[in-house]
Design a binder for this molecule. Sequence first.
Ligand SMILES: *[C@@H]1O[C@H](CO)[C@@H](O)[C@H](O)[C@H]1NC(C)=O
Ligand SMILES: *[C@@H]1O[C@H](CO)[C@@H](O)[C@H](O)[C@H]1NC(C)=O
Length: 189
Amino acid sequence: MEGSRFVLVLALALTAITPTLSTYHSATLLNVRHREKVTHLHFYLFDIISGTKPSAVEVARPKGTKYDKSATPFGSVWAIDDALREGPEFTSKVVGNAQGLYVSSVQDENSLGLVMYADFGFTTGKFNGSSFSVFSRNPIMEPGERELAVVGGRGRFRMAKGFVKVKTQFLNVTNGDAILEYKVTLVHY
Ligand SMILES: *[C@@H]1O[C@H](CO)[C@@H](O)[C@H](O)[C@H]1NC(C)=O
Ligand SMILES: *[C@@H]1O[C@H](CO)[C@@H](O)[C@H](O)[C@H]1NC(C)=O
């Protein structure tokens, strides 16, 4: 009897104090429901600087870079809304877009390297509305394939991590327009 009354009193006491404790919650459970999946994606990114409707625009440039004659002097910042297309032609179907920034991050005037902060979103197929996030240096002068890091994702790519193999398909060195082949490997839930 004494015992059960004690339990009742304790239960009431806990009920009474619970609201004051409820502002912060934490629960850690074993992750038994979710299985990791791997998705491979292949598409072309169109980074267009020329023309009346460029998909990459310069938004900042440091003062005192007169010595640096390149189109992307060290410290310049570009905003992008680049089309992702099925194939390397301007008539290829658009499957999504890459929105974000890149920053020219190599001090050596004879070289060029960008750090990319971009969200790659899809507008068609089963990944419509989903996107993955790239946060990575992009050593665009390196011949052959370059690798970018994927650090996250949304929608069907929630919790994604992975990498991209990038190859330059086309580059106009006069105006900077580029078409890049993207081969993506994502591990996600
Ligand atoms: C993609 O999703 C948007 C928003 O849900 C919808 O309006 C659009 O029709 C979808 N497109 C395709 C091709 O499924
Ligand atoms: C490269 O850009 C220049 C300057 O805009 C243009 O005249 C030329 O036709 C372009 N070349 C190709 C192959 O697109």
